[in-house]
Ligand binder design. Structure first.
Ligand SMILES: Nc1ncnc2c1ncn2[C@@H]1O[C@H](COP(=O)(O)OP(=O)(O)OP(=O)(O)O)[C@@H](O)[C@H]1O
Ligand SMILES: O=P(O)(O)O[C@@H]1O[C@H]([C@H](O)CO)[C@@H](O)[C@H](O)[C@@H]1O
Length: 164
């Protein structure tokens, strides 16, 4: 298996002990974030770089295709399959591991991973998120990374569609 694919972790196929052992290789404090990341853009890359800088390793949980479809981003979204979105993320130096989740939120997975820090982009109010309450329950914390204005997958896709 290549180093790239080695970053992908199928948490659903692992019991808690195996997942803990696999994540045990990562340096602490461990930062956790999640998202769809359908068509990567500059905002994502800056955000993941900043997220990684908040700790010693960064785990990214990617919405499975079924999970992404629950979010109402559009009838043909996600455009890229989950494994492809995950592989693109795994290619970034800022990302140490990529996991998948199948539910509407990453809360079940977050509970299994128990990172020290939970982050999202500045388009989220961290105080409103169930994820923030969860991570604080084991002594961790949550923070928002400043939003890079003018960059979003939906805006990019709409621009491309107008031109074609
Ligand atoms: N421009 C940006 N600056 C900083 N963080 C961002 C930016 N865009 C997205 N993020 C963060 O990246 C993560 C994944 O976001 P997401 O995949 O929804 O990006 P998006 O461009 O908003 O996509 P979409 O337009 O499909 O909703 C989220 O945690 C989000 O807060
Ligand atoms: O890529 P998005 O739309 O920013 O990611 C979503 O984040 C949600 C967030 O964690 C609030 O609960 C999550 O629920 C959703 O499944 C996407 O990952």
């Amino acid at each position: 298996m290549s180093a790239l694919e080695d970053k992908l972790i199928d948490a659903a196929a692992l019991d808690d002990a195996a997942l803990t052992a696999r994540l045990g290789r990562l340096a602490r404090p461990m930062v956790f974030t999640n998202g769809v990341f359908d068509v990567l853009h500059r905002g994502h890359v800056a955000y993941l770089h900043d997220a990684r800088a908040q700790g010693a390793s960064l785990v990214v949980a990617v919405n499975s295709d079924a999970s992404a479809r629950m979010l109402g981003k559009g009838p043909d979204r996600p455009l890229n399959r989950d494994v492809d979105r995950a592989l693109v993320l795994a290619g970034l130096a800022s990302v140490d591991a990529v996991l998948f989740f199948d539910e509407r939120t990453p809360c079940e997975l977050l509970q299994r991973v128990k990172p020290q820090l939970y982050v999202k982009g500045g388009d989220y109010d961290m105080e409103q998120l169930e994820e923030t309450r969860l991570v604080r329950s084991w002594g961790g914390d949550a923070l928002a990374i400043p939003f890079v204005d003018g960059y979003s997958t939906t805006a990019l896709v709409n621009r491309i569609r107008k031109q074609s």
